[in-house]
Design a protein around this ligand. Structure first.
Ligand SMILES: Cc1cc2nc3c(=O)[nH]c(=O)nc-3n(C[C@H](O)[C@H](O)[C@H](O)COP(=O)(O)OP(=O)(O)OC[C@H]3O[C@@H](n4cnc5c(N)ncnc54)[C@H](O)[C@@H]3O)c2cc1C
Length: 418
Protein backbone atom coordinates (compact mmCIF):
# COMPACT_ATOMS: atom_id res chain seq x y z
CA UNK A 1 0.00 0.00 0.00
CA UNK A 2 1.46 3.39 -0.96
CA UNK A 3 0.36 6.53 0.89
CA UNK A 4 0.89 10.18 0.03
CA UNK A 5 0.51 12.46 3.01
CA UNK A 6 -0.29 16.10 2.35
CA UNK A 7 0.93 18.45 5.07
CA UNK A 8 4.26 18.27 6.88
CA UNK A 9 3.11 19.63 10.24
CA UNK A 10 3.42 17.42 13.30
CA UNK A 11 0.20 15.58 12.36
CA UNK A 12 1.33 14.63 8.85
CA UNK A 13 4.85 13.69 9.92
CA UNK A 14 3.77 11.62 12.92
CA UNK A 15 1.16 9.84 10.76
CA UNK A 16 3.84 9.15 8.14
CA UNK A 17 6.17 7.86 10.82
CA UNK A 18 3.57 5.35 12.06
CA UNK A 19 2.97 4.06 8.52
CA UNK A 20 6.68 3.90 7.67
CA UNK A 21 7.38 2.00 10.86
CA UNK A 22 5.05 -0.77 9.85
CA UNK A 23 6.67 -1.07 6.43
CA UNK A 24 4.33 0.97 4.23
CA UNK A 25 5.62 3.15 1.38
CA UNK A 26 4.92 6.74 2.38
CA UNK A 27 5.78 10.16 1.01
CA UNK A 28 5.00 13.58 2.56
CA UNK A 29 4.33 16.80 0.64
CA UNK A 30 4.71 20.04 2.57
CA UNK A 31 3.75 23.36 0.99
CA UNK A 32 6.08 25.45 3.15
CA UNK A 33 9.83 25.82 2.77
CA UNK A 34 10.43 23.68 5.86
CA UNK A 35 8.55 21.08 7.89
CA UNK A 36 6.65 21.70 11.11
CA UNK A 37 3.61 23.80 10.22
CA UNK A 38 2.90 25.81 13.37
CA UNK A 39 5.55 23.85 15.25
CA UNK A 40 8.68 25.81 14.37
CA UNK A 41 11.50 27.16 16.53
CA UNK A 42 13.03 30.22 14.88
CA UNK A 43 16.35 31.82 15.83
CA UNK A 44 16.26 35.13 17.71
CA UNK A 45 19.47 36.83 18.82
CA UNK A 46 21.08 34.70 21.53
CA UNK A 47 18.15 32.27 21.63
CA UNK A 48 14.96 31.45 19.80
CA UNK A 49 11.18 31.76 19.85
CA UNK A 50 8.34 29.38 19.07
CA UNK A 51 5.85 30.16 16.31
CA UNK A 52 3.28 27.79 17.83
CA UNK A 53 3.35 25.34 20.73
CA UNK A 54 5.80 26.07 23.46
CA UNK A 55 5.52 22.72 25.20
CA UNK A 56 3.76 19.39 25.06
CA UNK A 57 2.04 17.50 27.85
CA UNK A 58 4.11 14.41 28.55
CA UNK A 59 3.50 11.46 30.80
CA UNK A 60 5.28 8.11 31.11
CA UNK A 61 3.58 5.35 29.13
CA UNK A 62 1.50 7.65 26.92
CA UNK A 63 1.54 8.26 23.16
CA UNK A 64 3.84 11.28 23.57
CA UNK A 65 6.31 9.26 25.64
CA UNK A 66 6.25 6.35 23.18
CA UNK A 67 6.89 8.60 20.17
CA UNK A 68 9.66 10.62 21.85
CA UNK A 69 11.40 7.40 22.97
CA UNK A 70 11.06 5.71 19.59
CA UNK A 71 12.57 8.63 17.67
CA UNK A 72 15.17 9.33 20.40
CA UNK A 73 14.08 12.91 21.03
CA UNK A 74 15.77 14.41 24.10
CA UNK A 75 13.57 16.77 26.08
CA UNK A 76 13.51 18.66 29.34
CA UNK A 77 10.82 19.40 31.85
CA UNK A 78 10.84 22.72 33.66
CA UNK A 79 8.82 21.24 36.56
CA UNK A 80 5.79 22.97 38.00
CA UNK A 81 6.07 26.70 37.83
CA UNK A 82 3.75 29.17 39.48
CA UNK A 83 0.85 30.41 37.37
CA UNK A 84 -1.72 33.12 37.85
CA UNK A 85 -5.07 34.32 36.61
CA UNK A 86 -5.46 38.07 36.19
CA UNK A 87 -8.75 38.95 37.85
CA UNK A 88 -10.15 41.87 39.79
CA UNK A 89 -7.20 43.98 38.63
CA UNK A 90 -4.50 41.72 40.11
CA UNK A 91 -2.74 38.42 39.48
CA UNK A 92 -4.22 35.67 41.65
CA UNK A 93 -2.13 32.49 42.09
CA UNK A 94 -3.60 29.30 40.63
CA UNK A 95 -3.37 26.67 43.39
CA UNK A 96 -1.20 23.65 42.59
CA UNK A 97 -3.73 21.11 43.92
CA UNK A 98 -7.55 20.83 43.95
CA UNK A 99 -7.69 20.95 47.80
CA UNK A 100 -5.67 24.19 47.75
CA UNK A 101 -8.23 25.62 45.33
CA UNK A 102 -10.77 25.47 48.16
CA UNK A 103 -8.78 28.15 50.01
CA UNK A 104 -7.95 30.28 46.98
CA UNK A 105 -9.50 33.71 46.30
CA UNK A 106 -9.76 32.69 42.65
CA UNK A 107 -13.42 31.74 43.03
CA UNK A 108 -16.33 32.60 45.30
CA UNK A 109 -17.18 30.34 48.25
CA UNK A 110 -20.41 29.24 46.56
CA UNK A 111 -18.51 28.23 43.43
CA UNK A 112 -16.04 26.17 45.47
CA UNK A 113 -18.75 24.39 47.43
CA UNK A 114 -20.64 23.49 44.26
CA UNK A 115 -17.40 22.31 42.62
CA UNK A 116 -16.83 19.88 45.49
CA UNK A 117 -20.05 18.06 44.50
CA UNK A 118 -18.64 17.06 41.10
CA UNK A 119 -17.96 13.37 41.95
CA UNK A 120 -21.66 12.97 42.81
CA UNK A 121 -23.03 14.37 39.53
CA UNK A 122 -24.36 11.61 37.28
CA UNK A 123 -22.69 10.84 33.97
CA UNK A 124 -24.57 12.03 30.89
CA UNK A 125 -24.57 10.20 27.54
CA UNK A 126 -22.21 11.68 24.97
CA UNK A 127 -25.23 12.47 22.73
CA UNK A 128 -26.48 15.07 22.17
CA UNK A 129 -23.34 17.15 22.01
CA UNK A 130 -23.18 19.73 24.80
CA UNK A 131 -21.62 23.16 24.78
CA UNK A 132 -18.39 23.52 26.74
CA UNK A 133 -19.84 26.04 29.20
CA UNK A 134 -22.98 23.92 29.64
CA UNK A 135 -20.87 20.82 30.34
CA UNK A 136 -18.74 22.60 32.97
CA UNK A 137 -21.83 24.20 34.51
CA UNK A 138 -23.51 20.80 34.77
CA UNK A 139 -20.52 19.06 36.31
CA UNK A 140 -18.75 21.79 38.29
CA UNK A 141 -21.32 24.56 38.61
CA UNK A 142 -21.92 27.99 37.15
CA UNK A 143 -19.22 29.52 39.36
CA UNK A 144 -16.40 27.52 37.77
CA UNK A 145 -17.92 28.03 34.31
CA UNK A 146 -17.96 31.82 34.65
CA UNK A 147 -15.17 32.59 37.13
CA UNK A 148 -12.37 30.21 36.07
CA UNK A 149 -13.14 28.47 32.77
CA UNK A 150 -12.95 31.52 30.43
CA UNK A 151 -9.28 32.24 31.22
CA UNK A 152 -8.30 28.56 30.99
CA UNK A 153 -10.00 28.11 27.63
CA UNK A 154 -8.64 31.40 26.28
CA UNK A 155 -5.17 30.02 27.07
CA UNK A 156 -5.76 26.96 24.89
CA UNK A 157 -8.19 28.00 22.15
CA UNK A 158 -8.22 31.81 22.31
CA UNK A 159 -12.03 31.69 22.27
CA UNK A 160 -14.88 32.06 24.77
CA UNK A 161 -16.25 28.76 26.16
CA UNK A 162 -19.89 29.84 25.54
CA UNK A 163 -19.51 29.34 21.79
CA UNK A 164 -17.48 26.11 21.95
CA UNK A 165 -18.46 22.44 21.93
CA UNK A 166 -17.41 20.17 24.78
CA UNK A 167 -15.49 18.33 22.03
CA UNK A 168 -13.13 21.32 21.93
CA UNK A 169 -11.38 19.60 24.85
CA UNK A 170 -11.90 15.88 24.18
CA UNK A 171 -10.38 14.81 27.51
CA UNK A 172 -13.46 16.15 29.34
CA UNK A 173 -15.90 13.54 28.01
CA UNK A 174 -13.24 10.81 28.38
CA UNK A 175 -12.82 11.72 32.05
CA UNK A 176 -16.55 11.96 32.64
CA UNK A 177 -16.99 8.47 31.17
CA UNK A 178 -14.99 7.07 34.12
CA UNK A 179 -17.71 8.26 36.53
CA UNK A 180 -16.59 11.83 37.21
CA UNK A 181 -13.98 14.37 36.17
CA UNK A 182 -12.22 13.93 39.51
CA UNK A 183 -12.04 10.19 38.96
CA UNK A 184 -10.91 10.56 35.35
CA UNK A 185 -8.14 12.98 36.25
CA UNK A 186 -7.02 10.77 39.13
CA UNK A 187 -6.97 7.68 36.90
CA UNK A 188 -5.15 9.30 34.00
CA UNK A 189 -2.40 10.67 36.29
CA UNK A 190 -0.38 13.84 36.10
CA UNK A 191 1.17 15.13 32.87
CA UNK A 192 4.11 17.53 32.73
CA UNK A 193 4.87 20.19 30.16
CA UNK A 194 8.10 19.24 28.37
CA UNK A 195 10.12 20.87 25.61
CA UNK A 196 12.51 19.06 23.24
CA UNK A 197 16.15 20.15 23.52
CA UNK A 198 16.52 22.98 21.01
CA UNK A 199 12.80 23.83 21.01
CA UNK A 200 9.52 22.36 19.80
CA UNK A 201 10.65 22.58 16.17
CA UNK A 202 13.02 19.69 16.85
CA UNK A 203 10.07 17.28 16.95
CA UNK A 204 9.03 17.66 13.28
CA UNK A 205 12.69 17.88 12.21
CA UNK A 206 13.47 14.61 13.98
CA UNK A 207 10.36 12.92 12.56
CA UNK A 208 11.24 14.05 9.04
CA UNK A 209 14.78 12.71 9.44
CA UNK A 210 13.31 9.24 10.09
CA UNK A 211 11.25 9.26 6.88
CA UNK A 212 12.46 8.28 3.42
CA UNK A 213 10.58 10.90 1.38
CA UNK A 214 9.62 14.32 2.70
CA UNK A 215 9.24 17.02 0.04
CA UNK A 216 9.11 20.66 1.07
CA UNK A 217 7.97 23.61 -1.05
CA UNK A 218 5.42 21.35 -2.76
CA UNK A 219 1.77 22.38 -2.43
CA UNK A 220 -0.88 19.85 -3.46
CA UNK A 221 -3.31 21.64 -5.79
CA UNK A 222 -5.48 18.92 -7.27
CA UNK A 223 -6.79 15.52 -6.29
CA UNK A 224 -8.13 13.14 -8.96
CA UNK A 225 -9.48 9.60 -8.65
CA UNK A 226 -8.05 7.25 -11.26
CA UNK A 227 -10.05 4.55 -13.08
CA UNK A 228 -8.42 1.82 -10.98
CA UNK A 229 -9.50 3.52 -7.72
CA UNK A 230 -6.06 4.91 -6.94
CA UNK A 231 -5.43 8.66 -6.50
CA UNK A 232 -3.40 11.19 -8.37
CA UNK A 233 -2.21 14.34 -6.64
CA UNK A 234 -0.66 17.19 -8.57
CA UNK A 235 0.86 20.51 -7.67
CA UNK A 236 3.96 22.62 -8.25
CA UNK A 237 4.49 20.97 -11.66
CA UNK A 238 4.69 17.48 -10.13
CA UNK A 239 2.27 14.58 -9.89
CA UNK A 240 2.18 11.45 -7.79
CA UNK A 241 -0.08 8.39 -7.83
CA UNK A 242 -0.85 6.52 -4.63
CA UNK A 243 -3.26 3.92 -3.21
CA UNK A 244 -4.17 6.29 -0.43
CA UNK A 245 -4.02 10.04 0.20
CA UNK A 246 -4.02 11.43 3.73
CA UNK A 247 -4.86 15.10 4.13
CA UNK A 248 -3.01 16.16 7.28
CA UNK A 249 -4.22 19.71 6.74
CA UNK A 250 -6.27 22.39 8.47
CA UNK A 251 -9.96 21.86 7.62
CA UNK A 252 -10.12 24.82 5.21
CA UNK A 253 -7.09 23.56 3.21
CA UNK A 254 -8.53 20.05 3.07
CA UNK A 255 -11.90 21.49 1.95
CA UNK A 256 -10.27 23.26 -1.00
CA UNK A 257 -8.71 20.02 -2.26
CA UNK A 258 -11.79 17.88 -1.63
CA UNK A 259 -14.31 20.24 -3.28
CA UNK A 260 -14.33 18.56 -6.71
CA UNK A 261 -14.15 14.94 -5.46
CA UNK A 262 -16.06 14.94 -2.15
CA UNK A 263 -18.41 17.93 -1.91
CA UNK A 264 -20.10 16.73 1.32
CA UNK A 265 -16.77 16.48 3.13
CA UNK A 266 -15.57 19.72 1.63
CA UNK A 267 -18.71 21.55 2.80
CA UNK A 268 -18.46 20.18 6.34
CA UNK A 269 -14.75 21.01 6.59
CA UNK A 270 -15.21 24.51 5.18
CA UNK A 271 -17.74 25.15 7.98
CA UNK A 272 -15.12 24.60 10.73
CA UNK A 273 -13.99 28.10 11.77
CA UNK A 274 -10.41 28.98 12.70
CA UNK A 275 -9.10 31.62 15.08
CA UNK A 276 -6.22 34.03 14.44
CA UNK A 277 -4.05 35.34 17.24
CA UNK A 278 -1.27 37.91 17.55
CA UNK A 279 1.85 36.87 19.43
CA UNK A 280 4.25 39.41 20.91
CA UNK A 281 7.64 38.07 22.03
CA UNK A 282 9.54 40.38 24.37
CA UNK A 283 12.70 40.29 26.50
CA UNK A 284 13.00 41.95 29.90
CA UNK A 285 15.17 42.11 32.99
CA UNK A 286 14.23 38.98 34.98
CA UNK A 287 11.71 39.53 37.77
CA UNK A 288 12.10 37.12 40.70
CA UNK A 289 8.39 36.32 40.95
CA UNK A 290 7.90 35.81 37.22
CA UNK A 291 11.09 34.34 35.81
CA UNK A 292 10.54 30.81 37.18
CA UNK A 293 6.87 30.70 36.38
CA UNK A 294 4.66 29.37 33.62
CA UNK A 295 3.02 32.78 33.25
CA UNK A 296 -0.50 34.12 33.61
CA UNK A 297 -3.83 34.26 31.82
CA UNK A 298 -6.26 37.14 32.08
CA UNK A 299 -9.94 36.58 32.81
CA UNK A 300 -11.28 37.45 29.33
CA UNK A 301 -13.82 40.18 30.14
CA UNK A 302 -11.10 42.06 32.00
CA UNK A 303 -8.36 41.42 29.46
CA UNK A 304 -10.26 43.19 26.66
CA UNK A 305 -8.31 41.36 23.95
CA UNK A 306 -5.15 40.76 25.97
CA UNK A 307 -5.31 37.05 26.80
CA UNK A 308 -2.18 36.68 28.91
CA UNK A 309 1.57 36.14 28.82
CA UNK A 310 3.67 33.02 29.20
CA UNK A 311 7.36 32.81 30.13
CA UNK A 312 9.15 30.74 27.48
CA UNK A 313 12.54 31.33 29.11
CA UNK A 314 11.31 29.32 32.10
CA UNK A 315 9.97 26.49 29.90
CA UNK A 316 13.09 26.49 27.76
CA UNK A 317 16.12 28.38 29.16
CA UNK A 318 17.85 28.16 25.75
CA UNK A 319 15.25 30.52 24.30
CA UNK A 320 16.76 33.70 25.80
CA UNK A 321 20.22 34.95 26.81
CA UNK A 322 20.93 34.07 30.46
CA UNK A 323 20.47 37.61 31.77
CA UNK A 324 17.04 38.10 30.19
CA UNK A 325 13.51 36.86 30.75
CA UNK A 326 11.43 36.13 27.64
CA UNK A 327 7.67 36.62 27.54
CA UNK A 328 5.12 35.66 24.93
CA UNK A 329 1.89 37.65 25.03
CA UNK A 330 -1.31 36.49 23.32
CA UNK A 331 -3.62 39.07 21.76
CA UNK A 332 -7.03 38.91 20.14
CA UNK A 333 -8.25 35.48 19.14
CA UNK A 334 -12.01 35.10 18.87
CA UNK A 335 -12.42 37.92 21.41
CA UNK A 336 -11.38 40.55 18.86
CA UNK A 337 -8.48 42.93 19.04
CA UNK A 338 -8.90 46.53 20.21
CA UNK A 339 -6.87 49.01 18.14
CA UNK A 340 -4.56 49.87 21.03
CA UNK A 341 -3.22 46.31 20.85
CA UNK A 342 -2.06 46.68 17.23
CA UNK A 343 1.21 48.21 18.42
CA UNK A 344 3.78 47.14 21.02
CA UNK A 345 3.12 50.31 23.05
CA UNK A 346 -0.44 49.11 23.70
CA UNK A 347 0.62 45.57 24.55
CA UNK A 348 3.38 46.88 26.81
CA UNK A 349 0.90 49.12 28.64
CA UNK A 350 -1.33 46.10 29.31
CA UNK A 351 1.64 44.06 30.55
CA UNK A 352 2.62 46.87 32.91
CA UNK A 353 -0.93 47.15 34.16
CA UNK A 354 -0.67 43.58 35.46
CA UNK A 355 3.07 43.63 36.33
CA UNK A 356 3.92 47.23 37.28
CA UNK A 357 7.58 46.37 38.06
CA UNK A 358 8.26 44.93 34.58
CA UNK A 359 11.22 46.61 32.85
CA UNK A 360 10.98 48.11 29.36
CA UNK A 361 11.53 45.41 26.73
CA UNK A 362 15.07 45.27 25.35
CA UNK A 363 13.84 43.41 22.25
CA UNK A 364 10.40 42.77 20.77
CA UNK A 365 9.04 40.63 17.93
CA UNK A 366 5.54 40.42 16.57
CA UNK A 367 4.11 37.36 14.79
CA UNK A 368 0.60 37.06 13.45
CA UNK A 369 -0.76 33.51 13.60
CA UNK A 370 -3.43 33.66 10.90
CA UNK A 371 -6.21 31.02 11.07
CA UNK A 372 -3.93 29.07 13.35
CA UNK A 373 -6.29 27.46 15.87
CA UNK A 374 -9.41 25.45 15.04
CA UNK A 375 -12.53 26.73 16.78
CA UNK A 376 -14.74 23.73 17.58
CA UNK A 377 -18.04 25.55 18.04
CA UNK A 378 -21.21 23.76 19.12
CA UNK A 379 -22.09 21.41 16.24
CA UNK A 380 -18.43 20.51 15.68
CA UNK A 381 -19.11 16.81 16.22
CA UNK A 382 -21.64 16.76 13.39
CA UNK A 383 -19.29 18.64 11.07
CA UNK A 384 -16.41 16.21 11.72
CA UNK A 385 -18.74 13.22 11.31
CA UNK A 386 -20.12 14.53 8.00
CA UNK A 387 -16.60 15.28 6.79
CA UNK A 388 -15.32 11.78 7.60
CA UNK A 389 -18.43 9.99 6.27
CA UNK A 390 -18.25 11.88 2.99
CA UNK A 391 -14.64 10.94 2.28
CA UNK A 392 -14.19 8.69 -0.73
CA UNK A 393 -12.35 5.35 -0.29
CA UNK A 394 -8.61 5.80 -0.11
CA UNK A 395 -8.77 9.37 1.29
CA UNK A 396 -8.47 10.33 4.95
CA UNK A 397 -8.27 13.61 6.92
CA UNK A 398 -6.17 14.01 10.07
CA UNK A 399 -5.99 17.21 12.06
CA UNK A 400 -6.14 18.83 15.47
CA UNK A 401 -9.69 19.84 14.46
CA UNK A 402 -10.44 16.09 14.50
CA UNK A 403 -8.35 14.88 17.45
CA UNK A 404 -8.19 17.86 19.82
CA UNK A 405 -6.20 21.07 20.14
CA UNK A 406 -2.93 19.95 21.75
CA UNK A 407 0.01 17.96 20.45
CA UNK A 408 -0.82 15.31 23.03
CA UNK A 409 -4.36 14.97 21.60
CA UNK A 410 -2.96 14.63 18.08
CA UNK A 411 -0.41 11.97 19.01
CA UNK A 412 -3.01 9.99 20.98
CA UNK A 413 -5.48 10.32 18.10
CA UNK A 414 -2.88 9.06 15.63
CA UNK A 415 -2.10 5.99 17.72
CA UNK A 416 -5.79 5.08 17.69
CA UNK A 417 -6.04 5.88 13.95
CA UNK A 418 -3.02 3.77 13.17
C1 LIG B 1 0.17 30.03 18.76
C2 LIG B 1 -0.06 28.57 19.05
C3 LIG B 1 0.31 28.05 20.30
C4 LIG B 1 0.11 26.70 20.57
N1 LIG B 1 0.53 26.20 21.77
C5 LIG B 1 0.44 24.88 22.03
C6 LIG B 1 1.04 24.30 23.17
O1 LIG B 1 1.69 25.00 23.97
N2 LIG B 1 0.91 22.97 23.36
C7 LIG B 1 0.27 22.14 22.47
O2 LIG B 1 0.19 20.94 22.68
N3 LIG B 1 -0.28 22.66 21.33
C8 LIG B 1 -0.21 23.98 21.09
N4 LIG B 1 -0.70 24.50 19.92
C9 LIG B 1 -1.41 23.61 18.99
C10 LIG B 1 -0.44 22.81 18.07
O3 LIG B 1 0.59 23.63 17.68
C11 LIG B 1 -1.19 22.32 16.85
O4 LIG B 1 -2.28 21.51 17.27
C12 LIG B 1 -0.33 21.51 15.88
O5 LIG B 1 0.92 22.10 15.66
C13 LIG B 1 -1.09 21.33 14.58
O6 LIG B 1 -0.32 20.57 13.70
P1 LIG B 1 -0.88 20.10 12.28
O7 LIG B 1 0.17 19.32 11.63
O8 LIG B 1 -2.20 19.42 12.48
O9 LIG B 1 -1.24 21.43 11.50
P2 LIG B 1 -0.28 22.57 10.90
O10 LIG B 1 0.80 22.90 11.86
O11 LIG B 1 -1.20 23.65 10.46
O12 LIG B 1 0.38 21.86 9.65
C14 LIG B 1 -0.28 21.72 8.41
C15 LIG B 1 0.78 21.79 7.32
O13 LIG B 1 0.14 21.58 6.06
C16 LIG B 1 0.80 22.41 5.10
N5 LIG B 1 -0.12 22.58 3.96
C17 LIG B 1 -1.25 23.34 3.90
N6 LIG B 1 -1.83 23.18 2.69
C18 LIG B 1 -1.08 22.29 2.00
C19 LIG B 1 -1.19 21.71 0.69
N7 LIG B 1 -2.21 21.99 -0.13
N8 LIG B 1 -0.21 20.83 0.30
C20 LIG B 1 0.82 20.51 1.12
N9 LIG B 1 0.96 21.03 2.36
C21 LIG B 1 0.02 21.92 2.80
C22 LIG B 1 1.07 23.69 5.87
O14 LIG B 1 2.10 24.44 5.24
C23 LIG B 1 1.48 23.15 7.23
O15 LIG B 1 2.87 22.97 7.34
C24 LIG B 1 -0.50 25.85 19.61
C25 LIG B 1 -0.86 26.37 18.35
C26 LIG B 1 -0.64 27.71 18.07
C27 LIG B 1 -1.00 28.24 16.71
Amino acid sequence: MSTLILGGGVTGLAAAWHLHRRGEAVEVWEAGASVGGWMKTLPWEGGHFETGPQGVLWQKGTAVDRLFSAIGLPFRSPGTGARWVGKGGRLVPVPASPPALMFSPLMSVGAKLRMALEPFISVRDPEPEEGLSAFITRRLGKGVATELLPAMVAGILAAPPEILSVDAIPKLKQWEATGSLVNGIRKSGVSHMVVPEGGMGQLPIRLASKLPAVRTGLRAERLVRLADGRWRVSGGGEAREADRVVLALPAFEAAALLGPVAPQSAGALAAIPYTSVDLWHSRHTPLPALKDSFGFLIHPPEGRGYLGSLVPSWMDPQSAPEDLMQLRSFIGGAFGKPVDLDQWEGVSARLKHWIPSLSEASAVRHERAERAIPRPELGHRGRVKAALEGLPGGVDWLSNARFGPGVRDILEGLEAWN
